[in-house]
Design a binder for this molecule. Structure first.
Ligand code: SAH
Ligand code: SF4
Length: 339
């Protein structure tokens, strides 16, 4: 049985060829899969009943199951998806006030080897990479389930995208070509894997690169993220400068704010100093408590103070809205509860 979801036009043409149908049928099927997001071949109503019957003998739309679906009071939808081998990943759909913008937060791996101390995904270690088909299947599943068209994609679900870069780049190409989601509407978030950043610089990636910095100095960062010992902040900065120089793009710096740990005046000063010659915007992420550690949420006051200190340095700073807090929509939390 062929799985239509994830095939490109040429691959669909092979199927229609074998069934003795024209290339135009392949184009129709392609539209049904990527733009109209049907659940079943029978919904492809511009194909004859006879042709649909033949197609159903050799192909099906998808083999990915929705295992859990939760809806938050703010409209955020969170899915736990199951692939044929039984492994699960999370995918989140965020609807912002501006209804035209639908952002899918996708996973790139099952589990994650980077093992950051604040992250629920990292706690369970690395299980396997997702194929590019499994990456795009997350978006297709959301589109099929909601009947809505995803407009933006962020690689901020489970996993480290730069440790599965071949599949991530291939999925990005397909988002571009088949889903008509432009590169500028895609963001890749990384814990700072330097060889991956170098490769993206050479490829002149058109999407936004977001760096999970989370700390103002080596001491605090190595406490939060073991990866700091492998790719320390001074080296990371060189890689980012090179990326910005080669691509001409502005990067995003993500900074997780944790009460009394990295939300102090001193931290803000050190962060300003580290970032002063980097072309970047800053996204502050108030820590979302998970069960397995003692970190705490920052107070509203300390978030505002931290933000204005950074703004005084001339940078653009945003605070990430807490989405879906009532459904555990932070990284890795849903999968943790089900397993
Ligand atoms: N591995 C990549 C992308 C996935 S994580 C990375 O780390 O960048 C996406 C974002 O969610 C990261 O910025 C990560 O730091 C953040 N995150 C993880 N656990 C969190 C928590 N408990 N509260 C808030 N943000 C969290
Ligand atoms: Fe992996 Fe990102 Fe979680 Fe760190 S924050 S463990 S890199 S998924």
């Amino acid at each position: 049985m062929k799985i239509l979801s994830g095939l490109n036009l040429q691959e669909i043409e092979q199927i229609t060829n074998e069934l003795g149908a024209s290339k135009f049928r392949a184009r129709q099927i392609h539209n049904w899969i990527y733009l109209k997001s049907v659940n079943e071949i029978d919904e492809m109503t511009d194909l004859s009943v006879k042709f649909r019957e033949e197609l159903k003998k050799v192909a099906t739309v998808s083999d990915t199951k929705i295992k859990v679906k939760q809806e938050s009071s703010d409209g955020t939808l969170k899915y736990l998806l199951e692939f044929p081998d039984g492994e699960c990943v999370e995918t989140v759909l965020m609807r912002f006030d501006n209804r035209a913008n639908l952002t899918a937060c996708v996973s790139s791996q099952v589990g994650c080897a980077v093992n950051c101390s604040f992250c629920a995904t990292g706690k369970r270690g690395f299980i396997r990479n997702l194929s590019y088909k499994e990456i795009i299947e997350q978006v297709l599943t959301i589109q099929r389930d909601t009947g809505l068209k995803v407009t933006n994609i962020v690689f901020m679900g489970q996993g480290e995208p730069l440790l599965n870069l071949d599949n991530v780049l291939k999925a990005m190409d397909i988002f571009n070509e088949n889903f008509q989601i432009g590169a500028r509407r895609i963001t890749v978030s990384t814990s700072g894997i330097i060889p991956g950043i170098a490769r993206l610089a050479d490829n002149d990636m058109q999407s936004t690169l977001a760096i999970s910095l989370h700390a103002p100095n080596h001491e605090i960062r190595s406490q939060l993220m073991q990866i700091e010992n492998k790719y320390p902040m001074p080296e990371l900065k060189k890689a980012l400068k090179n990326y910005i120089e080669k691509t001409g793009r502005r990067i995003t710096i993500e900074y997780l704010l944790i009460k009394d740990l990295n939300d102090t005046l001193e931290s803000a000063k050190q962060l300003v100093n580290y970032l002063h010659d980097l072309k970047c915007n800053i996204n502050l992420i108030p820590y979302n408590p998970t069960e397995k550690n003692d970190y705490q949420k920052p107070s509203g006051n300390s978030i505002m103070r931290f933000k204005s200190l950074l703004e005084q340095s001339g940078k653009k700073v945003t605070v990430r809205l807490e989405r879906g807090a009532d459904i555990d929509a932070a990284c890795g939390q849903l999968r943790g509860k089900v397993k």
